[in-house]
Write a protein that binds this ligand. Structure first.
Ligand code: IMP
Ligand code: MG
Length: 177
């Protein structure tokens, strides 16, 4: 099935991404005023979003990273996730914001949400750069969404196709001939 993508068409241009990240950063700074925020990046896709977003957050921030992989097929995430790398610091009594690249079926974040809830943070919220609601199989409470997009396979701003294109400063749709 797999072919090389013939081209990538721009879905969300760089200036729109940057403007939205600034807006979200300002909103998060207001919402967490007087608090310290613990950003938890879901590797690898969430890295770009977390770093770019953090530039616009003015409350004190710490950063931690985790990596999960889903059991089963490579292109669809299954319900069960395996922790490849866990966060380094305890999350108890902290204000935790999980930062993801995209919510597709919702399975990854739904598992992560439960995992973090069990660790008794002071608060737990979820931020995603992109949301594909048409594909949702499991409901996830998303607190901050960059953009809602149609059901297409996208790359850039952290998102990959076979580990490529994560560095593109815009969101593009991969097109195959
Ligand atoms: P789900 O919400 O558990 O189905 O899985 C979301 C994960 O699937 C994301 O964190 C991405 O790694 C990956 N993913 C879903 N849609 C796309 C896409 O359009 N481009 C690149 N990765 C995607
Ligand atoms: Mg991901």
């Amino acid at each position: 099935m797999s072919h090389d993508p013939s081209r990538i068409s721009v879905l969300i241009p760089q200036d729109k991404v940057e403007a939205r990240l600034k807006e979200l950063g300002e909103k998060i700074s207001n919402d967490y005023a007087g608090k310290e925020l613990c950003l938890v990046c879901v590797l690898k896709g969430g890295s770009y979003f977390m770093i770019e977003l953090a530039k616009y957050i003015t409350v004190p921030v710490t950063m931690d990273f985790m990596q999960v992989s889903s059991y089963g097929s490579a292109t669809r995430s299954s319900g069960n996730i395996k922790i490849v790398k866990d966060v380094d610091e305890p999350m108890t009594d902290r204000h935790v914001l999980i930062v993801e690249d995209i919510i597709d079926s919702g399975r990854t974040l739904s598992c992560l949400e439960q995992l973090f809830k069990d660790r008794k943070p002071a608060s737990l919220k979820i931020a995603t750069l992109l949301d594909k609601p048409d594909r949702r199989e499991v409901e996830v409470p998303v607190d901050y969404t960059g953009f809602t997009i149609p059901d297409a396979f996208v790359v850039g701003c952290g998102l990959d196709y076979a580990q490529n294109y994560r560095n593109l400063p815009y969101v593009g749709v991969v097109e195959f001939d």
